[in-house]
Design a protein. Sequence first.
Length: 219
Amino acid sequence: MDQKIIDLYDRYTHEPLDRRVFLTRLAEMTGSVTAALSLVPLLEANQAHAAMIPADDQRLETGRLTYPGAAGDIKAYMARPKGASKLPAVIVIHENRGLNAHIEDVTRRAALAGFLALSPDLLSPMGGTPANEDTARDMIGKLDAKQTVQNLVSTIAFLEKHPNANCKVGAMGFCWGGGTVNDLAVNAPTLDAGVAYYGRQPKAAEVQKIKAPLLLHYA
């Protein structure tokens, strides 16, 4: 596949680029609308193919909950090994598509690795993650960045006191969530560890505020 097509899809996914503009430019690159539409399924992430842990996996206890955020309740998905307690906790921070089935699957993977895993829906202040990914991307862009970080600081406090946790709390995130992990590390001295899978970096002047060890993935 032409790298220009992949670059265009990357812009559509991360900037975000309006879907109509994306399809128009893709049609120009491929020569027709029909050719463009045939490529879209090959480009888009397939959550069903990516899924690794069934939602009803008998090794896990999973559920949905709400907890107090900085300015209102935060919806979340939680998973842990069945019957386990006093576990290190990990916050799984979603991409700019919100809390979807893929991130819930990643949360279950973290639980099977021995964590109390919690994925907050950071679109909760706007009503929660919608079914349409394009709508979710638009909503992410309208979030109050400072409030989002404070909601995650509240998430750390919630997990530190959780009866199934051992007071240790880390965070991992992907794309928009990766950048959000970095922002959280700057603003939460109690964060025990952070793992960012790409995403923006904090300003150089803010790096000295980071206390947690970080594992950073960039290509």
